[in-house]
Design a binder for this molecule. Sequence first.
Ligand SMILES: [Zn+2]
Length: 268
Amino acid sequence: MPHDTASGSQAIASLTCRSCATPLQGPFCHACGIKAPRLPLTLPGMWQDFTERVLHVEKSLKRTVGHLCWQPQVVFKAFMQGQRLRYTHPLPFLVAIATLCVLLSHFYGDAYFDAYRVKLLQQVRGSLSPARSALYAQLNLWLSLSMPYWMLVFTLPSAGLLRLLFPKQGFTVAEAWAVGLYGIAMAMLLDLVVSGLGQWAQMPMLRLQIITDAMLLLISIAYYLAWLGFKPWTLLRVVAACLFGFALMNQLQEMIIYRIAAWLPGLQ
Ligand SMILES: [Zn+2]
């Protein structure tokens, strides 16, 4: 067993994977899949390693967005058949777009959030004390800022419902969820543009929110139809699953926040 020096260059001599210690048969480890790094560590080597990874992620993201625009069923099929290089996995895909949305939402004007706060305070004016109403509004505002990440869970009940409503199709909940995640991610991407335009045109916040909700719903339905095929009876079941799933999560989210605001001890 060769012993390590500070430079780590022994790894090349021993030809075992640095990550899992399996003997190497080529530039990639056949056990854990990692590419054998060039050792010793040099600045150009570090840069090359970095760009290879980033470029791969970037290329796959761009391809996924592009193909989801024009031929979403190709992306769904490739992912469900186990292809993992060509397109970004739906979970990291949604997380990447959600991060972009959260970053960009910091550019929204204060007027947008003030209007939303007023609406929220009106909702609970009769039932909660002023301090608890303020908490209720604040929790909702935080949630709406992190809403893009919340969409990860938000899409799950609809996927489960679809599985129940299409017992003969034989797909899994995870497969339906993958389609839902791709759909919601693309809807959020489109919403960035629409919300940007709406803010610029000083559209009232409520109307903007209705447009956003409608887009999330319509694009989800469209993607499920692209996946399952367009038939009247399919359309009906897809619409039912999406409407019911989304409404359920909306209610759940409102109820949980209301309960927290009403229960939190130490508030008047
Ligand atoms: Zn390995």
